[in-house]
Design a protein around this ligand. Structure first.
Ligand SMILES: Nc1ncnc2c1ncn2[C@@H]1O[C@H](COP(=O)(O)OP(=O)(O)OP(=O)(O)O)[C@@H](O)[C@H]1O
Length: 495
């Protein structure tokens, strides 16, 4: 900070226990040798604020004319209070959840449906220069689409943020956008199939956590393939790091994967009776979290949604039943469903084989060891099923007529709940450079970034987003180079 800027009338930000940062006005110039600033706070109080120039000075406020700027990089002073204040003004005063930060789009989770994703909005962004339009997730999608068409180069959109911040919803909106702008020229059902993959992946890979009722418990990278006319001709999905431990253990107030509750809820349907299921409360693997149902969620209706999406993707009802017949609490039913002899299953769940020299010994396991073996089997079966479904979806989504000319990849990545500047930079290095470039083999790995932000947990009854821009534990990562500045939530905490 330049000491000369601390003149009478200038505004500064000072730490505040309530509001995190409070604006204050300088009542006199800072003179050489001064050990404090004379400030007037927002409530009218005059205070002497200790300083130690040149480095120990409070951050300067931006000129009023820049209040609510739609691009953070346009601010004269870019620091934590300036960023938080600007996002807060945009969110609370302008009802804008989106703000640019150079090539990064910052998205605040509104936690309520907004009327800003309809077809008329897609039309407004389609074919437009995004610099002329308000920040929006569609502007990121449009930018990727236009650049891909113009430069015939693959593009990528990286969506990151903490759990519950809105990554999956943002990724879905980008796909909806591509389906709308890339589907009109040819009457193809590819875009329908791309969208149909969402409910299926949510059923088998999402679960209720204490932070998010519909939390994706796996990383997802979806590549949409476009033909020479810019139309969607196929898609491919890669998943990684599925949280398999959830299959056998859930923390209080959390659930196992949605599909289990959907199947239990639909157990009375004629076609489901063969599964011989009970209520979810009756099974160890679906009841450890306590509450088996989620207010506002109808598991039976969701089962229908999952099944019709499977049908759209060409998984017939017989095959669907094969998928669902994976587990049951009763050994007899379980063995029958898996097609394994019951006595053998019982034996090998309770015994293990040891090689001692040239001899093979069969030893009984303790109760704990047998429980662990059962859990390991359950996790493995679920992991295999998950992989099978992803492969099956990819077959249904694969481009049929021609090889895609170019692709847009959307990476929806979770698990950075406590990332600070260093770990975020590490994330960028790992995912933006190495993984995207080498593993995903993208031509243009430094794509567009969407940073989703929210507060955690959402505050009941509070004004949406208010806490988001006040949370003291947030950190700001200043990333040099093409990323510009990214605002990311720091460790969990409420104001
Ligand atoms: N743009 C939005 N408009 C309305 N509601 C939203 C929006 N984004 C997120 N939400 C709400 O927030 C919830 C959590 O969002 P989402 O599931 O996308 O988070 P996430 O970052 O993918 O979390 P996780 O990492 O746990 O999967 C959604 O179920 C939805 O209710």
């Amino acid at each position: 900070m330049t000491v000369e800027l601390y003149t009478k009338g200038a505004s500064v930000w000072v730490p505040d226990p309530e509001a995190v940062w409070a604006s204050a006005c300088l009542l006199q110039d800072l003179r050489p040798g001064d050990g404090h600033l004379l400030l007037r706070l927002g409530d009218g109080r005059e205070v002497q604020y200790p300083v130690s120039p040149p480095s120990g000075l409070p951050p300067l406020g931006n000129p009023d004319i820049l209040e609510g700027e739609n691009d953070l990089t346009a601010l004269s002073f870019l620091h934590e209070p300036a960023v938080l204040h600007n996002l807060r003004v945009r969110f609370l005063d302008y009802s804008s959840i989106y703000t640019y930060c150079g090539i990064v789009l910052v998205a605040i989770n509104p936690y309520e449906p907004l009327p800003i994703y309809g077809e008329e909005v897609i039309d407004a962004y389609s074919g437009q220069d995004t610099a002329d339009l308000e920040p929006h997730i569609f502007s990121v999608a449009e930018e990727a689409y236009r650049t891909m068409i113009r430069e015939q180069k693959n593009q990528s959109i990286i969506i990151s943020g903490e759990s519950g911040s809105g990554k999956t919803v943002s990724a879905k909106f980008t796909m909806r956008y591509f389906a709308a702008v890339g589907g009109a020229s040819q009457q193809t059902s590819v875009e329908e199939r791309v969208l149909a993959s969402n409910p299926i992946m949510e059923a088998i890979g999402n679960a209720k956590t204490t932070r998010n009722d519909n939390s994706s418990r796996f990383g997802k990278y979806i590549e949409i393939g476009f033909g020479r006319h810019g139309d969607i001709i196929g898609a491919n999905m890669r998943t990684y790091l599925l949280e398999k431990s959830r299959v056998v253990f859930q923390a209080p107030e959390e659930r196992n994967y949605h599909i289990f509750y959907q199947l239990c809820a639909g157990r009375e349907l004629p076609e489901m009776r063969a599964l011989k299921l009970d209520a979810a409360e009756q099974f160890r693997y679906t009841s450890q979290g306590g509450e088996a149902s989620i207010p506002g969620t109808d598991d039976t209706a969701d089962l229908e949604r999952t099944r019709s999406a499977l049908t759209v993707l060409g998984v017939g009802s017989d095959q669907q039943m094969e998928l669902f017949t994976a587990e049951d609490r009763s050994l007899a039913v379980f063995s029958k469903l898996l097609g394994v002899e019951r006595a053998q299953m019982a034996h090998w769940l309770c015994h293990r084989r040891l090689a001692v020299g040239a001899e093979l010994l069969v030893k009984p396991m303790s109760g704990r060891q047998a429980g662990e073996a059962r859990d390991a089997l359950a996790k493995s079966v679920y992991g295999q099923l998950f992989g099978w479904i992803v492969r099956r979806l990819n077959t249904a989504l694969r481009a049929q007529r021609e090889r895609p000319r170019s692709v847009i990849g959307v990476l929806d990545i979770y698990g950075f709940e406590t990332f600070d500047r260093n770990s975020f930079e590490q994330f960028c290095i790992n995912y933006a450079n190495e993984k995207l470039q080498q593993q995903f083999n993208l031509v243009s790995p430094m794509g567009l970034f969407v940073a989703c932000i929210s507060w955690s947990p959402p505050r009941e009854g509070g004004p949406p987003g208010a806490a988001a821009v006040q949370c003291s534990s947030w950190s700001i990562a200043l990333i040099e180079g093409p990323l510009g500045l990214l605002v990311c939530p720091g460790v969990q905490g409420e104001d």
